[in-house]
Design a binder for this molecule. Structure first.
Ligand code: 7RM
Length: 693
C-alpha cells in the first residue's frame, strides 16, 4: 500500500484526470500451474477530498485500522456491529459457533428482518420518507410509465396486510413460498411479508420458464406461489400466471406432479389480462385484502431462522438452492450498503437489478431499507422505448447513487453518448458495478460519461453464496483502479491459493478463497449437505472456495480474472477469460466479447472468441486479423485468438453474465446440452449456431 501512496502523491494532479494511459507490457510468461496475468492497468483514482470529508469512512488509515480489528478479533467486531446496527427482540448468547462448514452467528438472539427494515423507522422522521419510488415501464414514447411512491409508513402497512393474507392461507414459520413477480413494489412487499411471518421465500426471475418454476417448487417443497397476472417487458406482456398454471401441471420422471406441494396461489393484478382462476387454489391479492387488517406484529425469530433460498445455476446439473438466514445476512447487507455505497438518508439510491437476482435481494430490498434509505425501482428494460430510459429516470428522481452491471454499461457504450447526454445527470454522486469483471474501457466511460468525472466507482465483488459484498472500495477512502474490485470489506479475509491450497506469491494468480467465516455467508444448499461440502469446502479444506480465479497486485488489490472453470489453458499457459475479453473490448470497434476454449490437439486449448461490434462497424476478415494482432499486442502472442466469430448478441443470463458453457459447446461444434432455463433470450443461441462457419 505504501508504494501506492507514493505513486499517488507524485501523480496527484494527473491521476484524477485519468491522464495516465493504459500500459501494456507484453511478455512471454513461463509455464506454471497458476493463472498468469499479463495485463497491466496503471491508472489510479484517489478519492475526492470533498467526498471523503462527508463519507462514513474518510481515509485509508481509518479503513485499515477497522479492517485490522475486524480480522484480528472478528467476534468482537461483529458483535459490536450487530448491537449497533440491528434491533433485537432478545440479545444473543454466543457470537459465533463455527465448525467448518457450519456457522451459527449470534446464537440465541431473536429479531425480525421486516421489523429491522420497517417498524424501527416508524417513530423516527424517516417514517414519512419515501422507502420505494417505483417507475413502471412506459407504454410508448408518448405515454410515460406509471409511478408510485410508498413511504416507510405505507410500506409497513402494506407488508402487514399482506403478511396477514399469508397467515389467513395457513402459512407457518419455515413454509417455503415461491415469488414469481414482475418488478413492482408488490415483489418487495411479498418478500418482506414472508420475512415478517418467518416463511422462507424463493424468488424466481420473471423471465424464467414453467419448467424452472416447477423444478424449484419441487426442490424446496413450496406450499404457495405468489405471482401476478402478467408483467411488462419491452412493450409486451409476460404471462406470469399462465406460466405458473403450466408449471403446476408438469410431471417429473416418476410421473408425479413436480409442484404437488403447492396449495395456494396469490395473484397480484398488474397487467389486467384475462387469466384462469382455479377455485380454492388461486386468489386475487386485492380481493384478499378485504379480509385482513394492518395489524401484524413481526414474528420473533431466531438469528439462524432461514430467510430465503435463492437458486443459482451450477456449472452442471440442477440449480443449487442457496440458503441464507436472518441476523447474519441482514447485518452483512446493511453494513455493506452503508459503507460501500456511503448511503445516507438523503440519498436517492437506485440498484437496477431484478429482484430475482441476489443483488435485488441484498441491495434493492434488505440492505437499503435496513438503512432507512430511499430506493428507486424500475419495472422495464434499459432501452425501451428508447435507450435513454435509465438517464431519464436518474434525472426525474435526482438519483444520487446508481448500481448496475458492466454488461449494461457496455450496452450503453454501444448505443452511444447521445442518450445520456440528453439528460441532466448532475444529481449522481456515486456509481457502482456488479456481476462480472468490468473492463477498464467501460470503467472509464462510466466514470466520464455517466459520472461526469466526479463520482467514485465502487466495483463490488461478491456472490449469491456470500450474501453481501466481499471485495470493494470504500468510496471515501480507497483509491480505485479501473478493473479491480480493490480490497476486502471489514471482517472478510480473501486469499489466493494454488492447486495444492498453498498461498501464492503476490502478483501471481490463483484460486480465490475466503479464510474466515463471515455473518452473511450461505448456510448451505437446500436439502443437499453433501453437495454444499463438495462444492465449497473440499477444494481447499477449511476455507470457502469461491470458484473464481483472481490475482493480487503489489498493493494487495484483487483483480478477478473469471471463473476457474473458464480459465483457458493454452500451451501450458493459464489465462483468465476476463483479460482476453478486456483486451478485445479495448479496441474501439468492439462492443462486447466472450472468450472460450476449444479442445486442441496441439495446444490443449485453442482460443475462440465471440465478438459483437459497435453500431455502424462492419465485420470483415481484415478486422479479424486486426483484432488478433491487437490482443497479441495487449497481452502477448500466446493469447492471440485462433478463431474470431462475429455475433449479433451473446447468450446471457438475466443478470448479464455470459453463459460460456453454451459458447464452449458452440465453439466445439457440439449440440447445446444442459440447462438453458436461465438464458435471457433463447433466440441468441439459434442465431449463433446458424452463424457458424
Ligand atoms: C453478485 C453476483 C457471482 C459471480 C462471482 C464472479 C462474478 C460478481 C463481480 C464478479 C468480477 C465483480 N452474484 N462477479 N461480481 N466478477 N468483478 N465485481 O453477481 O452469484 O450471480 O454471481 O459473478 O464470478 O463468482 S452471482
Amino acid at each position: 500500500m505504501t508504494e501506492l501512496f507514493q505513486f499517488m502523491s507524485k501523480q496527484k494532479k494527473t491521476t484524477r484526470k485519468a491522464s495516465a494511459k493504459r500500459k501494456s507490457t507484453p511478455k512471454q510468461p513461463a509455464a506454471t500451474s497458476n493463472i498468469e496475468s499479463m495485463m497491466h492497468e496503471d491508472r489510479v483514482f484517489a478519492p475526492d477530498k470533498e467526498f471523503s470529508k462527508h463519507a462514513h469512512i474518510k481515509s485509508m488509515t481509518q479503513y485499515k485500522k477497522l479492517y485490522k480489528q475486524s480480522i484480528e478479533s472478528p467476534e468482537k467486531f461483529w458483535s459490536d456491529q450487530a448491537k449497533e446496527e440491528l434491533v433485537w427482540f432478545k440479545p444473543w448468547k454466543k457470537t459465533l459457533q463455527w465448525k467448518a462448514p457450519d456457522a451459527k452467528w449470534f446464537v440465541g438472539g431473536q429479531l425480525n428482518v421486516s421489523h429491522n427494515c420497517l417498524d424501527r423507522w416508524l417513530e423516527s422522521d424517516i417514517a414519512n420518507r419515501a422507502a420505494i419510488i417505483w417507475e413502471g415501464e412506459p407504454d410508448s414514447l408518448t405515454r410515460p410509465g406509471e409511478e408510485r411512491t410508498l413511504t416507510y409508513r405505507q410500506l409497513h402497512r402494506e407488508v402487514c396486510r399482506f403478511a396477514n393474507i399469508l397467515k389467513r392461507h395457513g402459512i407457518k414459520k419455515r413454509d417455503r413460498i415461491i415469488i414469481y413477480m414482475p418488478m413492482t413494489p408488490e415483489a418487495a412487499i411479498a418478500m418482506l411479508a414472508c420475512a415478517r411471518v418467518g416463511a422462507i421465500h424463493s424468488v424466481v426471475f420473471g423471465g424464467f420458464s414453467s419448467q424452472s418454476i416447477a423444478d424449484r417448487i419441487s426442490d424446496c417443497g413450496a406450499k404457495m406461489v405468489i405471482t401476478a397476472d402478467g408483467g411488462y417487458r419491452r412493450g409486451s406482456i409476460v404471462p406470469l400466471k399462465k406460466n405458473v398454471d403450466d408449471a403446476l401441471l408438469i410431471k417429473g420422471e416418476d410421473g408425479e406432479l413436480l409442484a404437488k406441494s403447492v396449495e395456494k396461489v396469490i395473484v397480484h393484478r398488474r397487467a389486467n389480462i384475462d387469466i384462469h382462476i382455479e377455485p380454492n387454489r388461486d386468489f386475487w391479492w386485492h380481493r384478499e385484502l378485504e379480509y385482513v387488517d394492518a395489524n401484524c406484529p413481526a414474528a420473533k425469530l431466531d438469528s439462524e431462522h432461514p430467510l430465503f433460498i435463492l437458486y443459482t445455476s451450477g456449472s452442471t446439473g440442477k440449480p443449487k438452492g442457496i440458503l441464507h438466514t436472518t441476523a447474519g445476512y441482514l447485518l452483512g447487507a446493511k453494513m455493506t450498503s452503508k459503507y460501500i455505497f456511503d448511503l445516507k438518508p438523503e440519498d436517492v439510491y437506485w440498484c437496477t437489478a431484478d429482484v430475482g437476482w441476489v443483488t435485488g435481494h441484498s441491495y434493492m430490498v434488505y440492505g437499503p431499507l435496513a438503512n432507512g434509505s430511499t430506493v428507486v425501482m424500475y419495472e422495464g428494460a434499459p432501452n425501451y422505448p428508447e435507450p435513454d430510459r435509465f438517464w431519464s429516470i436518474v434525472e426525474k428522481y435526482s438519483v444520487s447513487i446508481l448500481y448496475t452491471a458492466p454488461t449494461a454499461i457496455r450496452a450503453f457504450m454501444k448505443w452511444g453518448e447521445k442518450w445520456p447526454k440528453k439528460h441532466d445527470l448532475s444529481s449522481l454522486r456515486l456509481l457502482g458495478t456488479v456481476g462480472e469483471p468490468i473492463n477498464p474501457e467501460a470503467w472509464i466511460w462510466y466514470h466520464e460519461v455517466i459520472g461526469g468525472k466526479r463520482c467514485p466507482i465502487v466495483d463490488t465483488w461478491w456472490q449469491t453464496e456470500t450474501g453481501g459484498i466481499m471485495i470493494a472500495p470504500l468510496p471515501g477512502a480507497t483509491p480505485t483502479k479501473p478493473g479491480s474490485a480493490t480490497l476486502p470489506f471489514f471482517g472478510i479475509k480473501p486469499e489466493l491459493v494454488d492447486d495444492s491450497g498453498e498461498a501464492v506469491k503476490k502478483g501471481e494468480g490463483g484460486k480465490l478463497v475466503v479464510r474466515q467465516p463471515w455473518p452473511s455467508m450461505l448456510r448451505g444448499i437446500w436439502g443437499d449437505k453433501k453437495r454444499f461440502k463438495e462444492v465449497y469446502w473440499s477444494e481447499v479444506p477449511g476455507s470457502y472456495f469461491t470458484g473464481d480465479g483472481c490475482r493480487q497486485d503489489k498493493d494487495g488489490y484483487f483483480w478477478i480474472v473469471g471463473r476457474i472453470d473458464d480459465v483457458l489453458n493454452v500451451a501450458g499457459h493459464r489465462i483468465g477469460t476476463a483479460e482476453v475479453e478486456s483486451a478485445l473490448v479495448s479496441d474501439h470497434r468492439v462492443a462486447e466479447s466472450a472468450v472460450v476454449g476449444r479442445p486442441d490437439d496441439l495446444k490443449g486449448q485453442a482460443i475462440v472468441v465471440f465478438v459483437t461490434l459497435k453500431e455502424g462497424v462492419k465485420a470483415s476478415e481484415k478486422l479479424k486479423i486486426e483484432l488478433r494482432n491487437h490482443v497479441g499486442k495487449e497481452i502477448g502472442p500466446v493469447a492471440k485468438p485462433d478463431d474470431i466469430r462475429f455475433a449479433e448478441a451473446l447468450p446471457k443470463t438475466r443478470s448479464g453474465k455470459i453463459m460460456r458453457r453454451l459458447l464452449k459447446q458452440i465453439a466445439a461444434g457440439k449440440e447445446i446440452q444442459g440447462d438453458t432455463t436461465t438464458l435471457e433470450d433463447l433466440s441468441v443461441l439459434t442465431r449463433l449456431s446458424a452463424s457458424e462457419e
